[in-house]
Design a protein around this ligand. Structure first.
Ligand SMILES: [Zn+2]
Length: 222
């Protein structure tokens, strides 16, 4: 990595956003909207996946091929967001096929997986137990209870918190399992960092270092 790459990595605090490149201020891993078809930009990092809401029986192959074609690009540092959504999106059969494809790519390319999960926790944990991927899985937009946070980190998952969450759950996550994200929020990641620090009862700069260390360990492992 060159010096400019190192500076770009050090600026990242937000592991998941749907903001555009400029709006992200270079502080985020951008969820690439592959159906929009815009090229990846220099100086930014991305996750690329198949969102269950954007999935149809007709575009699964197209989206999978796109990911495979772009995965050698070093700007792509994670697969996702992808996962299972009981309430919205394609049929569960197709969602499952897309999820399994993304898990396989995560394993083949040794990239972390950013998970979208709506009421499908048991199924996702069963898949994880069956295939035992060595790559980090990050449950994004976590809004569950503290008991669930403890259960999930006990199973090796990372939890990423956005604008809305249970304060008790935020406090239940250990330092080395925690991420922050703007996702669809219009708030700045600095505001979310400030809030999270207050909830956890730590200094803002201490938490910033914690999050940076986790980002380095999970998304930018040498
Ligand atoms: Zn998202």
């Amino acid at each position: 990595m060159g010096e400019s790459d190192i500076n770009a990595v050090n600026a990242i605090l937000d592991i998941h956003t749907h903001k555009g490149e400029e709006q992200s201020g270079g502080k985020a891993i951008i969820n690439y909207r592959q159906l929009a078809g815009t090229p990846l930009q220099e100086g930014y990092y991305y996750s690329v996946g198949i969102h269950p809401w954007e999935l149809t029986p007709d575009n699964l192959k197209q989206q999978s091929d796109f990911i495979i074609e772009h995965l050698p690009d070093k700007r792509i540092v994670a697969i996702g967001e992808g996962g299972l959504d009981k309430l919205k999106g394609a049929s569960m059969e197709i969602q499952t096929a897309a999820f399994m494809a993304q898990m396989t790519l995560s394993m083949e390319y040794d990239l972390p997986l950013i998970l979208h999960n709506v009421r499908m926790t048991d199924k996702i944990l069963a898949v994880k137990k069956q295939f035992r991927p060595g790559q980090p899985w990050i449950w994004h937009g976590f809004r569950g209870k503290p008991e669930q946070a403890e259960q999930l980190q006990g199973k090796g998952l990372y939890l990423s918190f956005g604008e809305f969450y249970s304060d008790e759950a935020m406090r239940a996550v250990s330092d080395d399992r925690l991420f922050l994200e703007t996702d669809e929020s219009s708030l700045d990641i600095e505001e979310l960092l400030y809030r999270a620090a207050r909830v956890r009862g730590v200094g803002v700069e201490t938490l910033r270092e914690t999050i940076r260390r986790n980002i380095q360990n999970v998304f930018f492992r040498a």
